[in-house]
Design a protein around this ligand. Structure first.
Ligand SMILES: [Zn+2]
Length: 207
C-alpha cells in the first residue's frame, strides 16, 4: 500500500517503489524484483546534451511492463539549457506519455506557470504529477485546479498538504534517506486521516 512514487534508490523491503531512470549516454540495467517499478525520462538538467538516440532508448524502455511512468522530466530555471530547449525536450516526453498511456512525473523548478500553461494547451489524457512539491498553498491550488497531482517528499509546506485532496496526493522519498512509512505517517497526521486512506491516488499507476 505504501507506494514510493519517486525515488533514486533501490530498497530491499517489499514496498513498491517507482525507481527513476535518468536517460542519458549511460547504459542502464534494470534490477529485477517484483516490487520495483520504473519511470524513465530525460531530466531538464540534460536538455542541452540530448541526442536523438536517447528518445529511441526511452521508447524501447517504455514498452517494458515494469516501466509505469514517463519522467522525471520538466523545466528548471536553474540549469544551463535555455527554456526553449527545455520545452522542446519536455514536449517530446509529454507526447511519449500520451502515446504510451503512461503518467508523467514532472520536475518543476521556477517554471510552474509554464507547466500550467502547457497543461491547458495540451489537455493531456494522462495524469501529470509534480514531484517533490514544496510550494505554497496558492500554487498548490493552481495545479489542483488543473487536476494535476502533487507528490510530497521529505520537505513540504504543511498548508499545501492540508489543502491537497487525497485523490490528488502522492508521497515519495526522492533523494532522501527517510523511510517511506515515516513520510506516510507524518502526512496522515497532517491530514488527520488513517494512513490507509493515503493510498487513494496511488490507483493511477494501476499496480
Ligand atoms: Zn528525483
Amino acid at each position: 500500500m505504501f507506494i514510493d512514487v519517486h525515488t533514486h534508490k533501490i530498497n530491499s523491503d517489499d514496498i513498491p517503489i517507482i525507481y527513476n531512470i535518468r536517460i542519458n549516454d549511460d547504459a542502464v540495467t534494470l534490477p529485477h524484483d517484483r516490487h520495483i517499478y520504473f519511470s524513465a525520462g530525460i531530466h531538464p538538467w540534460d536538455a542541452d546534451k540530448v541526442r536523438s538516440v536517447w528518445y529511441d532508448n526511452m521508447t524501447i524502455m517504455l514498452n517494458y511492463e515494469q516501466v509505469i511512468a514517463v519522467g522525471e522530466c520538466g523545466l528548471d530555471k536553474h540549469t544551463s539549457a535555455s527554456l526553449e530547449k527545455q520545452l522542446e525536450v519536455f514536449e517530446k516526453q509529454i507526447y511519449l506519455s500520451e502515446t504510451n498511456q503512461l503518467p508523467l512525473l514532472i520536475h518543476c523548478v521556477g517554471f510552474s506557470h509554464e507547466i500550467i500553461r502547457l497543461h491547458q494547451s495540451v489537455r493531456p489524457e494522462q495524469a501529470w504529477i509534480i514531484h517533490g512539491f514544496r510550494g505554497k498553498p496558492e500554487l498548490a491550488l493552481q495545479f489542483l485546479k488543473e487536476d494535476i497531482y502533487l507528490s510530497f517528499g521529505e520537505k513540504f509546506n504543511t498548508e499545501s498538504v492540508k489543502i491537497t485532496p487525497l485523490n490528488r496526493l502522492l508521497i515519495e522519498t526522492d533523494e532522501s534517506q527517510i523511510a517511506i512509512e515515516n513520510l506516510y505517517q507524518r502526512i496522515a497526521e497532517i491530514k488527520e486521516c488513517d494512513v490507509r486512506e493515503l493510498k487513494t491516488a496511488n490507483d493511477l499507476f494501476g499496480i
